[in-house]
Design a binder for this molecule. Structure first.
Ligand code: GDP
Ligand code: IMO
Ligand code: MG
Length: 422
């Protein structure tokens, strides 16, 4: 069985939690794109794990893989392995494999990301982790792959070739080129540390599927941050929609069994870019507080608003979800009435599908329908039918709007706070 999980909004939908919940049914859990711009939270009992690169199946028995489409900051990865080790979770090469072709985020990528962002007249609000510049180097064939980093003879030669152009690029962006050479010796050490984990992820996944094993592909970010289909230019630098899992992992599309969309019961966005239902007043503040909506990676406050059906419908189109996990329903406890944005008004017309350009999306005025809220605390419900009728109605309304079944409802951050809908 091959299942792909992707975020259906602007990231931070609760992918980490759902991957952890489902992980027990999978033999392999694999990250396929993005890098440590991602922050996936898994909470089991009293322990909280904020994962940036290690797949969120880490607390299950599954083997973990990082695919060739991921951009890996070795410092962050090594720190994450150490963080888990100190929590009693050994990340051995039997547990984790990293593709030889995964791109390495180098210090100059991070520096260039920061410098470019400072100089932009219209900011993107990147996570400043060097993601975009690492992907640029993949496309321009100037990347450093994990295999290169771990090759003690080839790595210095590659650096000799790349260094002058990176120094010039940093000078052009108004930065200090010293960052390029200064850190190279440390990177040889990181290569040696990570060498035992090197794997051929595509081959391993295909063999696993051939032998009837179960594979869960964990997306990062969300549909509207997709480099091609998202709200350009306010997007990340990788493809975040389900189809890209096949492409990044080297697994053919005919092998896909399930595509699960992670949908937050409202909407959030961190960074710049249009968000039609964003609320700058009391509601936004209430959602941010109740949902603890602060970036897992950067700590930035997330922008919040009511559920946006046009954006969600577009996500369903882009991903062809077979089912939905609706998360953070508990955050709506006590909000009455609850609004759903069912369409937009743009240039005097009512539309139900988002306009293609971000500049037009930014001009859209949301049109809302309202539903009854509920006053109960739903965080300890045991079954879906235990939920107040208004909460169940809200879930069913979202199902109706999206035309996709909601299979899972999440009612709190912990692994146990999850309801499977019959
Ligand atoms: P991801 O990037 O999609 O994995 O999501 P993040 O981990 O960045 O952000 C989701 C946040 O919401 C984390 O703090 C989770 O612990 C938390 N969370 C996940 N599901 C729920 C839920 O159903 N209810 C509440 N209240 N919090 C949740
Ligand atoms: P997870 O996987 C939310 C956003 C950044 C910025 C834009 C580009 O935790 O859902 P980048 O550093 O990728 O070049 O930044 O994308 N962004 C995310 N927002 N969740 C994420 O990941 C994100 N990863 C990147 O805030 O707007
Ligand atoms: Mg996150």
């Amino acid at each position: 069985m091959f299942t792909i999980i992707t975020g259906a909004q602007f990231g931070d939908e609760g992918k980490g939690k759902i991957v952890d919940v489902l992980g027990k049914d999978y033999d392999l859990v694999v990250r396929f794109q993005g890098g440590n711009n991602a922050g996936h939270t898994v909470i089991v009992g009293d322990d909280t794990y904020k994962l940036h690169l290690i797949p969120s199946g880490v607390l299950t028995d599954a083997r973990l893989l990082i695919g060739p489409g991921v951009v890996v900051d070795p410092i962050v990865l090594i720190q994450e392995i150490e963080m888990l080790r100190s929590a009693g979770i050994e990340i051995t090469p039997e547990k984790l494999g990293i593709d030889a072709k995964a791109s390495i985020i180098m210090p100059y990528h991070i520096e260039m990301d920061k410098l470019r962002e400072q100089r932009r007249t219209e900011k993107i609000g990147t996570t400043a982790r060097g993601i975009g510049f690492a992907y640029i180097d993949k496309i321009s064939r100037d990347e450093v792959r994990l295999a290169d980093l771990a090759d003690r003879a080839a790595f210095p030669r590659l650096m000799d070739e790349l260094t002058p152009q990176k120094e010039r690029a940093i000078i052009d962006l108004g930065g200090d080129p010293g960052v390029v050479r200064g850190s190279i010796p440390d990177y040889t050490g990181y290569g040696a540390t990570l060498e035992p984990y090197i794997a051929d992820v595509s081959h391993e996944l295909n063999r696993a599927l051939d032998s009837g094993r179960n594979v869960l592909a964990e997306g990062a970010q969300g549909a509207h941050l997709d480099i091609i289909h998202g709200t350009q230019k306010y997007v990340t630098s990788s493809s975040t929609v389900a189809g890209s899992a096949c492409m990044y992992l080297g697994v053919g599309p005919t092998r896909v069994d399930h595509v699960i969309g992670i949908v937050k019961a409202y909407i959030t966005r961190v960074g710049e870019g249009p968000l039609p239902t964003e609320d700058h007043g009391e509601l936004g503040e209430a959602l941010r507080t109740a949902g603890a909506e602060f970036g897992t990676t950067t700590g930035r406050p997330r922008r919040c608003g009511w559920f946006d059906a046009p954006l969600a419908r577009k996500s369903v189109e882009l991903n062809a979800y077979t089912s939905i996990a609706l998360t953070k329903l508990d955050v709506l406890d006590g909000l009455d009435p609850i609004s759903i944005c069912t369409g937009y008004e743009l240039d005097g017309k009512l539309i139900e599908h988002p306009p293609i350009l971000s500049s037009d999306l930014a001009r859209c005025v949301p049109v809302y329908e309202t539903m009854d809220g509920w006053c109960e605390d739903i965080t300890s419900a045991d079954t879906f039918s235990d939920l107040p009728a208004a909460a169940r109605d809200y879930v069913h309304r979202i199902e109706e709007i999206l035309g996709v079944t909601v299979g899972i409802v999440s009612i709190g951050p912990k692994r146990s706070q999850v309801l499977f809908v019959e």
